[in-house]
Design a protein around this ligand. Structure first.
Ligand code: AMP
Length: 414
């Protein structure tokens, strides 16, 4: 029979990679919880309308990248392509506006976009992200940027660059969008088909294009950053001052428009020069209208999402972190299996890493295997006695009992 493979654009995570992901998850939990962010989980599929309304009908994501299907009850549901809409829905649904604001949340999980797979781009990928909902204080914008910078730094991501900008309010953006639309229409013959097709609905998306003609046409285009109203310009100034004071390097890039419609004011993106075409590590910004758009009270918010696979690609494979002392429990005969099992279990409870013989190897084969695993100690459980071998010195000692062997190892200090 023909072999079945994982669907295009998906990947299995095998233990070596799994360990690195778990390390990143642990770092994220640590960095984010120390800044007051609590863990949140929302469903992997949502009502399709949530993304149509939240992310925006004319975005690439909603137009062509969603995994949308009808369930057995005839409802249209979609595998989540991003996390902010779901978290904001949960904020409204659970009346979180009644809690002390801002409500700070972080998440980690799988997301789905029907994109052409390539290096760093998958149809199922993992994002870690945060949302701070209920305040428009510029310290939240700066804090969220600095938290992603800290996480990337901790993970050892290389060649990291940060670009920031401000999109102002929806009104400024609409007026600017009209201005840009008029500007581009005068240069319509130079634009890509894609950009031309969206000129009426969403001219800002032209900035996402890598089509040479479009890029050339955009060179002298008006910049949204020059059109901000005074309050938005002041907000952006404050965010920048906080980043400057924190010593965080960044580049102000007036062409930065993110591929989702809900952004207002601050937007930012971290990228890595180590990655090829798919260089974005993570990005986000402020979305002061989104909660209201989803049926909640007017509520500002800011957040980001970062791609776990991309962060790890940009981080290379570093030296593994020091593991707890590890023990291999070997046996000389079948009769000792239960005793070896008990010793391994007790060592694990005492915080050590312990493995035992579970594949019927000879004693010689077991010692070779212990060496391969990098065990610090081997406990050899015989018919009459228990021996403890220190693998770093080769020294072997008899322990009177299994309990004494455990003490010898667990009490030996780090
Ligand atoms: P976005 O909100 O679309 O900017 O996504 C945030 C981050 O998620 C990006 O910067 C990428 O690191 C990651 N990401 C987005 N789409 C994909 C994908 N198809 N495959 C892998 N990572 C992705």
């Amino acid at each position: 029979m023909s072999q079945i493979q994982a669907p295009r654009g998906t990947a299995d995570v095998l233990p070596e990679d799994g360990r690195r992901r778990l390390d990143l998850l642990t770092s994220a939990a640590d960095v984010l919880s120390r800044a007051g962010y609590g863990p949140v989980e929302t469903p992997i599929f949502e009502t399709t309308e949530l993304f149509a309304r939240g992310v925006g009908e004319t975005t690439d994501i909603v137009e062509k990248e969603m995994f949308t299907f009808e369930d057995q009850g005839g409802r249209s549901v979609t595998l989540r392509p991003e996390g902010t809409a779901g978290v904001c829905r949960a904020y409204v649904e659970h009346g979180m506006h009644k809690l002390p604001q801002p409500v700070k949340l972080w998440y980690w999980g799988p997301f789905f976009r029907y994109e052409a797979p390539q290096a760093g781009r998958f149809r199922q990928f993992t994002q870690v992200g945060i949302e701070a909902i209920g305040s428009d204080d510029p310290t939240l914008d700066a804090e969220s940027i600095l938290l992603l910078a800290e996480l990337l730094d901790r993970t050892g991501a290389r060649g990291v660059r940060l670009r920031i900008s401000s999109l102002g309010t929806p009104e400024t953006r609409r007026a600017y969008s009209d201005e840009l639309g008029t500007f581009l229409r005068e240069r319509e013959d130079k634009l890509s088909d894609d950009v031309r097709a969206r000129l009426d609905r969403n001219p800002l998306r032209a900035f996402d294009s890598d089509h040479p003609g479009t890029r050339a046409a955009l060179e002298d285009a008006p910049r949204l950053l020059d059109r901000l109203d005074p309050a938005d310009a002041e907000h952006f100034e404050q965010v920048r001052a906080l980043l400057d004071a924190a010593g965080q390097p960044y580049e102000v890039d007036g062409t930065l428009v993110r591929g989702l419609d809900y952004y207002t004011r601050t937007v930012f993106e971290f990228e890595s020069t180590e990655l090829g075409a798919q260089s974005a590590l993570g990005g986000g910004g402020r979305y002061d209208g989104l909660v209201e758009q989803l049926g909640g009270p007017p509520t500002p918010g800011v957040g980001w999402a970062a791609g776990v696979e991309r962060i790890l690609l940009a981080s290379g494979t570093d030296e593994p972190r020091p593991a707890p002392r590890s023990v291999y429990v070997a046996t000389t005969g079948e009769a000792d299996a239960a005793q070896a099992f008990g010793i391994a279990r007790e060592l694990r409870i005492r915080g050590l890493r312990a493995e035992l013989e579970q594949a019927g190897r000879s004693l010689k084969g077991q010692l070779k295997h212990a060496d391969r695993l990098g065990a610090d100690y081997v406990v050899i459980v015989g018919d009459a006695e228990v021996q403890v071998k220190d693998m770093s010195t080769g020294e072997q000692r008899a322990a009177g009992s299994p309990g004494e062997a455990i003490e010898l190892i667990a009490g030996a200090g780090p």
